[in-house]
Design a protein around this ligand. Sequence first.
Ligand SMILES: [Zn+2]
Length: 108
Amino acid sequence: MTDATAPPTVVKARKAPRMTYKQEIQTIKNLPRTQRLIVIMKIAGVFLVAIGLEGIVTGQYAYTLLFIPLGVFVSMMPIKIRTGVCIACRSPLEQHQAICPKCGAPQM
Ligand SMILES: [Zn+2]
């Protein structure tokens, strides 16, 4: 018996924070007020659409009719506002650019 049997796991799974989420919060905190509002609106828009879809599942079509157009509207509006500037550094940006060429921030 030279092989020591593996001891019971002492390595606790480290509580790994979801970096993407944390980074998202950090990004929101760093944003100027207007840009922050835009990000919040986008998240809210997705949320509203989700509520609308939930309405389909549960058969409450009034929810669907109300929330899906609202969610789409809310999430589309910031896109119109945003045109042309980086969300992080506000440098000019081509509309099709997904990543800022100046600071490398992904455009949500
Ligand atoms: Zn930038």
